[in-house]
Design a binder for this molecule. Structure first.
Ligand code: NDP
Ligand SMILES: O=C(O)C1=N[C@H](C(=O)O)C[C@H](O)C1
Length: 266
């Protein structure tokens, strides 16, 4: 069997560690390098808490992407670095699978064009949990019938970006089927700034950050005499690994960038 050779960027992070454990377990993958901010030249297995894997750690992302002969980069870092790593990967013939959230529309357009120019597959997925992907798709469907909708996303308190990539993507999917309009009373006023949340064409997004949470979202629709709530909870980061695995396999058959795991699910 030809193993898919993978680089992980962000191996010490919460998601990076989970991805290393998945790669260690899956026969179809081989870890060939890691991109980190520390430990240049060390082996993954020598870093406390990381699995018993031989791959070398690089602090120079370009050297890693150029030298280790990888097929796929799995990026789980921070928004600015994910963008840089994605471009470097495509320029070095490595297919990016990006879970890092916080991409701007302009950055997404730029890397989509780069993947097109290089005719290389790439996957950027704000959420790799299959349940969350279904929650987003069901929400798009529901919005056709319930155009008044608010999104409540809840995450652990170490999260850097708000709103979450999942909430932003949910709003984007709903925008495809919902006419922009103001929700609530036309003359409503916030007496404390931010009380009504962020606004995407009238769709409100509320972000909660608390210790004890992992990743949770409720999409609440209101209609005449009824509400509908579509809810998803990731209780553990293992929930994202089915999607990371699927994306790292499927990206090998793509020659463009896809944004969202839904494009890879039947
Ligand atoms: N798509 C999905 O399904 C999911 C996406 N995410 C997203 O994944 C990203 C990571 O989340 P999470 O693991 O919780 O975050 P963490 O903060 O736990 O991990 C990020 C890691 O990236 C490292 N890092 C920062 N800059 C660089 C760099 N230049 N090169 C290499 N590594 C770097 C950090 O190192 P240091 O500790 O030294 O700062 C840290 O170890 C976030 O954007 C999050 O929103 C999270 C869960 C699911
Ligand atoms: O930072 C996280 O934890 C998560 N980030 C992603 C997001 O921003 O949507 C996916 C998931 O919600 C976990």
């Amino acid at each position: 069997m030809n193993q898919i050779k993978v680089i992980v960027a962000g191996p010490r992070g919460r998601m990076g560690q989970e991805a290393l454990r998945m790669i260690e377990k899956e026969e179809g993958f081989e870890l060939v390098g890691c991109i980190d901010r520390k430990h240049d030249g060390a082996l993954v297995r020598d870093i406390e808490g990381l699995p018993n894997l031989e791959a070398l750690i690089y602090t120079d992302a370009e050297a890693c992407l150029r030298d280790v002969g990888a097929d796929v980069l799995v990026d789980l870092t921070t928004p600015d670095y994910a963008y840089k790593h994605t471009k470097l990967a495509l320029e070095n013939g490595v297919r990016p699978v990006v879970g890092t959230t916080g991409y701007t529309k302009e950055q997404l357009d730029e890397v989509t064009q780069l993947a097109e120019d290089k005719q290389l597959g790439a996957v950027i997925a704000p959420n790799f949990a299959v349940g969350a992907v279904l929650m987003m798709q069901f929400s798009k469907w529901a919005a056709k019938h319930f155009p008044d909708v608010e999104i409540i996303e809840k995450h652990h308190d170490q999260k850097l970006d708000a709103p979450s990539g999942t909430a932003a993507k949910t709003a984007e999917l709903i925008q495809e089927v919902r006419e922009p309009h103001h929700q609530g009373h036309p003359e409503e006023k916030e007496t404390i700034q931010g009380a009504r949340g962020a606004d995407v064409d009238g769709i409100k997004i509320h972000s909660m950050r608390l210790p004890g949470l992992v990743a949770h979202q409720e999409v609440v629709f209101g209609g005449l005499g009824q509400t509908l709530t579509i809810k998803h909870d990731s209780h553990h980061r293992e929930s994202f690994m089915t999607g990371v695995k699927l994306a790292a396999e499927q990206v090998m058959n793509l020659d463009t960038l896809v944004y969202g795991l839904e494009h890879l699910l039947d």
